[in-house]
Write a protein that binds this ligand. Structure first.
Ligand SMILES: [Zn+2]
Length: 106
Protein backbone atom coordinates (compact mmCIF):
# COMPACT_ATOMS: atom_id res chain seq x y z
CA UNK A 1 0.00 0.00 0.00
CA UNK A 2 2.92 2.28 0.67
CA UNK A 3 4.60 1.49 -2.62
CA UNK A 4 5.91 4.63 -4.22
CA UNK A 5 4.81 6.82 -1.39
CA UNK A 6 7.06 9.01 0.61
CA UNK A 7 6.80 10.99 3.80
CA UNK A 8 6.46 14.65 2.96
CA UNK A 9 5.76 15.92 6.42
CA UNK A 10 5.72 14.78 10.03
CA UNK A 11 3.46 15.96 12.79
CA UNK A 12 3.53 15.62 16.52
CA UNK A 13 -0.17 14.91 16.76
CA UNK A 14 -2.66 13.14 14.54
CA UNK A 15 -5.13 16.04 14.45
CA UNK A 16 -2.68 18.26 12.61
CA UNK A 17 -1.89 15.48 10.18
CA UNK A 18 -5.60 14.88 9.63
CA UNK A 19 -6.15 18.54 8.75
CA UNK A 20 -3.36 18.41 6.21
CA UNK A 21 -4.70 15.15 4.82
CA UNK A 22 -8.16 16.62 4.25
CA UNK A 23 -6.55 19.66 2.68
CA UNK A 24 -4.67 17.51 0.19
CA UNK A 25 -7.70 15.35 -0.51
CA UNK A 26 -9.66 18.44 -1.45
CA UNK A 27 -7.01 19.12 -4.07
CA UNK A 28 -7.19 15.58 -5.46
CA UNK A 29 -3.88 14.60 -3.98
CA UNK A 30 -3.77 11.07 -2.63
CA UNK A 31 -2.29 10.99 0.83
CA UNK A 32 -2.27 8.64 3.79
CA UNK A 33 -1.43 9.08 7.43
CA UNK A 34 0.88 6.72 9.18
CA UNK A 35 1.27 6.89 12.91
CA UNK A 36 4.70 6.10 14.21
CA UNK A 37 4.67 4.51 17.63
CA UNK A 38 8.44 4.51 17.93
CA UNK A 39 8.39 0.76 18.10
CA UNK A 40 11.40 0.44 15.85
CA UNK A 41 9.61 -1.39 13.06
CA UNK A 42 11.33 0.75 10.49
CA UNK A 43 14.63 1.79 12.06
CA UNK A 44 15.73 3.88 9.08
CA UNK A 45 12.60 6.01 9.31
CA UNK A 46 12.33 6.36 13.03
CA UNK A 47 14.33 9.55 13.32
CA UNK A 48 11.17 11.46 14.06
CA UNK A 49 8.53 9.97 16.27
CA UNK A 50 5.07 11.13 15.45
CA UNK A 51 2.51 11.06 12.69
CA UNK A 52 3.69 11.02 9.11
CA UNK A 53 1.91 12.25 6.05
CA UNK A 54 2.66 10.16 2.98
CA UNK A 55 2.01 11.14 -0.60
CA UNK A 56 2.46 9.21 -3.82
CA UNK A 57 5.65 10.03 -5.69
CA UNK A 58 3.97 11.92 -8.52
CA UNK A 59 2.11 14.20 -6.14
CA UNK A 60 4.98 14.83 -3.77
CA UNK A 61 6.11 18.17 -5.17
CA UNK A 62 2.58 19.44 -5.51
CA UNK A 63 1.68 18.39 -1.99
CA UNK A 64 4.80 19.94 -0.52
CA UNK A 65 4.08 23.24 -2.27
CA UNK A 66 0.47 23.20 -1.12
CA UNK A 67 1.39 22.53 2.48
CA UNK A 68 3.95 25.30 2.43
CA UNK A 69 1.32 27.86 1.59
CA UNK A 70 -1.43 26.43 3.78
CA UNK A 71 -3.43 29.14 5.56
CA UNK A 72 -2.61 28.03 9.06
CA UNK A 73 1.05 28.62 8.43
CA UNK A 74 0.77 32.01 6.77
CA UNK A 75 -1.34 33.10 9.73
CA UNK A 76 1.50 32.47 12.09
CA UNK A 77 3.34 35.67 11.26
CA UNK A 78 4.41 38.35 13.70
CA UNK A 79 2.47 41.57 13.17
CA UNK A 80 2.61 45.20 14.16
CA UNK A 81 -0.24 46.71 16.15
CA UNK A 82 -1.99 49.50 14.28
CA UNK A 83 -2.96 51.13 17.56
CA UNK A 84 0.35 51.46 19.37
CA UNK A 85 2.96 50.13 16.97
CA UNK A 86 3.93 47.26 19.25
CA UNK A 87 5.40 44.17 17.63
CA UNK A 88 3.14 41.22 18.39
CA UNK A 89 4.26 37.65 18.17
CA UNK A 90 2.66 35.14 15.86
CA UNK A 91 -0.39 33.42 17.25
CA UNK A 92 -1.89 36.42 19.05
CA UNK A 93 -5.13 37.88 17.73
CA UNK A 94 -5.01 41.03 19.80
CA UNK A 95 -2.35 43.44 21.02
CA UNK A 96 -1.26 42.58 24.53
CA UNK A 97 -0.47 46.22 25.20
CA UNK A 98 -3.51 48.19 24.03
CA UNK A 99 -5.97 45.42 23.19
CA UNK A 100 -6.28 46.38 19.54
CA UNK A 101 -7.52 43.54 17.35
CA UNK A 102 -5.35 42.31 14.52
CA UNK A 103 -7.50 43.40 11.58
CA UNK A 104 -5.09 43.94 8.73
CA UNK A 105 -3.79 40.43 8.34
CA UNK A 106 -1.24 40.33 5.60
ZN1 LIG B 1 -1.36 47.88 20.53
Amino acid sequence: MRDGMSIIKSYTNETEAQIALEYLKALDITAVIEADNCGGMRPHMDLTCGVHLLVAGLDCEKAAAVLKESPEQSDAQPWTCAGCGENIEAGFDACWKCGNKHLGKQ
